[in-house]
Design a binder for this molecule. Sequence first.
Ligand SMILES: CC(C)(COP(=O)(O)OP(=O)(O)OC[C@H]1O[C@@H](n2cnc3c(N)ncnc32)[C@H](O)[C@@H]1OP(=O)(O)O)[C@@H](O)C(=O)NCCC(=O)NCCS
Length: 147
Amino acid sequence: MHEFLGKKPVKEKAESEKYIEDCIQKYESHSICRLAILEKESGNFIGWSGLRFIDDYTFNDHTNFYDVGYRLIPKYWNKGYATEAGKASVDYGFNILNIETIYGITEIDNVASHKALLKIGLNYVEDFKHTDGSTLRWYSIKNKNYE
Ligand SMILES: CC(C)(COP(=O)(O)OP(=O)(O)OC[C@H]1O[C@@H](n2cnc3c(N)ncnc32)[C@H](O)[C@@H]1OP(=O)(O)O)[C@@H](O)C(=O)NCCC(=O)NCCS
């Protein structure tokens, strides 16, 4: 799961609680955060996807931007779910929240994520050096109906 996520999974329940608290605050400040994904057929929780307003980190000289992301339980990989959830998230961001640009970020070897971002409709822009020394990829998509 964490092969391309910096290999620093949370270890304490308190870390997850802090993340949930952050998400609730993001709903209040920016009307959106990551969402649970349920598989329609089974009703099972299979992971998360959605938009997050990034104001606590800098990526590729950007801060204060919306990022589309996803993380699925491995047995649900390769079924197109990240693409489906990502497309729904971008549609919501553009048509309901009227966001001008949505960005995506992956580690350079994360081929599954790279492919999913392209299928969602984002464009690969460039590779960049992150502050932790890793090389990451930068993607974006513009809202054609932005007003
Ligand atoms: C990245 C992730 C969300 C993709 O989810 P998914 O539901 O499997 O993605 P999709 O099925 O929508 O699309 C994945 C594409 O990558 C391809 N793919 C998957 N693993 C691959 C690999 N190791 N090498 C090359 N292509 C791969 C799939 O075949 C598919 O492409 P296709 O439609 O052309 O066949 C999932 O792998 C995951 O949760 N990974 C761990 C967390 C993570 O890395 N999150 C992203 C951080 S940027």
